[in-house]
Ligand binder design. Structure first.
Ligand code: ATP
Length: 255
């Protein structure tokens, strides 16, 4: 299968004040295939979010090489990177960070207007279809104060998908949700992955992680191991087995 993303010897060092620095990523090599559902786990401070920000061009790596769809992101200027993120990547964070003064629908379509690649009608149709798919169509005209946390994360998923990205990155997208809403959001992400979008998530939640295909374990700035769980089936009959398999592997990894 084709790699959508290839990272080689990726290093990230943060400067902390005068004459002080912290190396957070250490020679990380990572390949992500088109259509994969990849998850990153590991102790707090091990570098999971830093990895996500550096492979997605949200932050600049210190050294190394990341190719996304064959393009080297370190060679791109800020405008090129911003266009890449806008048109080919989707992002979901722990807090949905939707704008307060816009309706949920307008929040979802905003980045499609910025991308300027489709007609107003096509954008509206796509937003409506995404809201329907994620079960929030009735919230179309609501503001964000008129929706629950789970509904806002569904809206954030619609926003992330509006420009038909090649990959969706999520940093703890279910971290602020109760377990029922987290499960529902994961089921939506699974459906999106099953229709072809590559997904990479960071999470602390083994139940969430067990629904994905491949789990990477980060420790002290390196990918210390990875576990192939295979594609998650729709009927969920093996959910407990997958979770047990993952938690016993994580225990072997010392987590
Ligand atoms: N912008 C920054 N400037 C300086 N240090 C940073 C910055 N961002 C992260 N760090 C440090 O880098 C290390 C790794 O942080 P990172 O957020 O990548 O870890 P993480 O594994 O995602 O942690 P968590 O699970 O707690 O979110 C931490 O020690 C953190 O304090």
């Amino acid at each position: 299968m084709n790699n959508i993303l290839e990272a080689r010897k990726l290093n990230k060092t943060y400067d902390i004040g005068k004459n002080n620095s912290q190396q957070v990523l250490r020679d990380v090599d990572l390949d992500i295939s088109q259509g994969e559902f990849v998850l990153v786990m590991g102790p707090s401070g091990s570098g999971k979010s830093t990895l996500l920000y550096n492979i997605s061009g949200m932050d600049r790596m210190t050294s190394g090489n990341v190719k996304f769809c064959g393009k080297e992101i370190a060679k791109m200027n800020e405008d090129e990177l911003s266009k890449l993120r806008l048109t080919m990547m989707g992002f979901i964070f722990q807090q949905s960070s939707l704008l307060k003064n816009l309706s949920i629908f307008d929040n979802i379509i905003l980045s499609a207007f910025r991308a300027k690649e489709e007609s107003r009608q096509a954008i509206n149709e796509r937003a409506t279809q995404l809201m329907e798919q994620t079960g929030i169509l009735e919230l179309r005209d609501n503001t964000i104060t008129q929706a629950s946390g789970g509904q806002l994360q569904r809206a954030a998923i619609c926003r992330a998908l509006i420009n038909k990205p090649q990959i969706v990155f999520g940093d703890e997208p279910t971290g602020a949700l109760n377990s029922k809403s987290a499960g529902e959001v994961m089921d939506i992400l699974l459906e999106i992955n099953q229709s072809g979008t590559t997904i990479l998530l960071v999470t602390h939640d083994a139940k969430v992680a067990a629904k994905t295909e491949r789990v990477l374990f980060m420790s002290d700035g390196v990918i210390a191991g990875e576990k192939q769980l295979g594609k998650c089936s729709k009927d969920k009959s093996d959910a407990k087995d997958r979770e047990n398999e993952l938690t016993s592997w994580l225990a072997q990894m010392g987590f």
